[in-house]
Design a protein around this ligand. Structure first.
Ligand code: ATP
Ligand code: MG
Length: 283
């Protein structure tokens, strides 16, 4: 398969993997997973960090959010499962439509929202417990642990979904802290997937990882999306966005400036700020 080129600041003219072309050709489900409508965020009551973002994400899709530091990517991601509400004096305006419910403005159970819309952070943060217990505890705390035989199956299923099972199946009682950084991140993904979310938010999940571990997380993200989950990933790494995502949205100074199929965003960007960003003129 012929490879297309991406003009990325960290490696100009780096080839997009054939995997991306397969992903681009793949029919992403037309079913909407989550949608923001005119979403904005104010910190400290009146400092507006995010302006009027309207984006639709579909099931089975990997969506990348890119843009320079401080432009609102994490702020937007944290709107999607209402994590911003944990920040004092932070206010969300507009709406977020999740299965027909406006989770910003309707009375909803935050615990349920965060079970269904899982999140993985920049730094892997497993509990100081065994590999097995990290997943089992998540299930228990959410009242989703079946009897002990089935619990074993649930743990295995989650570890398989996070593409970690083969590496840890003989060491389930080992401390999670003894795993490599990339394995720890996949364990955190397993912990989240155990709760059967249909949206998975990832905020720079590879920033603490080496290239091999990074590729493993990208592969995992792709496989998770292939099961029908919507994966939304924030990344500074242009090549990563090109490799792993179906759609890319570019944020700049608190606004979502341009969105579209990833290949189009990288090969024919329309907005001149996006053109400058992907050609490495600023980062
Ligand atoms: N908890 C907070 N309190 C006040 N202001 C905040 C808070 N979190 C973020 N901001 C501000 O909101 C703006 C957007 O920040 P955000 O963290 O969303 O950017 P980002 O695109 O994720 O950046 P980075 O790529 O560096 O992670 C910045 O001006 C930042 O200073
Ligand atoms: Mg951020």
């Amino acid at each position: 398969m012929e490879q297309t080129k991406v003009n990325a600041p960290d490696a100009p003219s780096a080839p997009v993997s054939s995997h991306t072309q397969v992903a681009a050709a793949r029919a992403v489900s037309k079913e909407v997973a989550i949608r923001s409508n005119g979403t904005g965020v104010f910190y400290n009551t009146d400092q507006q960090a995010l302006h009027d973002v309207s984006l639709t994400f579909h099931k089975g899709e990997v969506a990348a959010l890119i843009g320079p530091s401080g432009c609102g990517k994490s702020t937007f991601l944290r709107c999607l499962n209402l994590m911003n509400l944990e920040i004092p004096h932070c206010r969300i305006v507009g709406s977020i439509d999740y299965h027909g419910v406006d989770i910003v403005n309707e009375k909803i159970n935050l615990f349920d929202v965060r079970t269904s819309i899982g999140m993985v952070f920049q730094q892997p943060n497993p509990f100081r417990k065994s590999i097995y217990d990290n997943v089992a505890l998540a299930l228990t705390r959410h009242g989703m642990a079946a009897n002990s035989t089935n619990l074993d199956d649930q743990v295995e299923e989650a570890l398989r979904a996070a593409v970690l099972w083969d590496e840890v199946k003989d060491d389930l009682k080992k401390s999670a802290w003894a795993l490599s950084g990339g394995q720890q991140q996949r364990l955190c993904i397993a912990r989240t997937l155990a709760l059967h979310p249909d949206v998975l938010l990832m905020d720079e999940p590879c920033s603490a990882l080496d290239p091999i571990a990074t590729r493993a997380i990208e592969d995992t993200a792709r496989r998770i999306a292939d099961t029908g989950i919507c994966v939304i990933i924030v990344t500074h790494n242009m090549q990563q966005a090109a490799r792993v995502s179906d759609t890319t949205s570019f944020f700049y100074l608190g606004e979502m400036v341009e969105t579209g199929p990833t290949e189009r965003i990288f090969t024919a960007p329309e907005d001149e700020r996006l053109q400058a960003y992907i050609s490495g003129q600023f980062g």
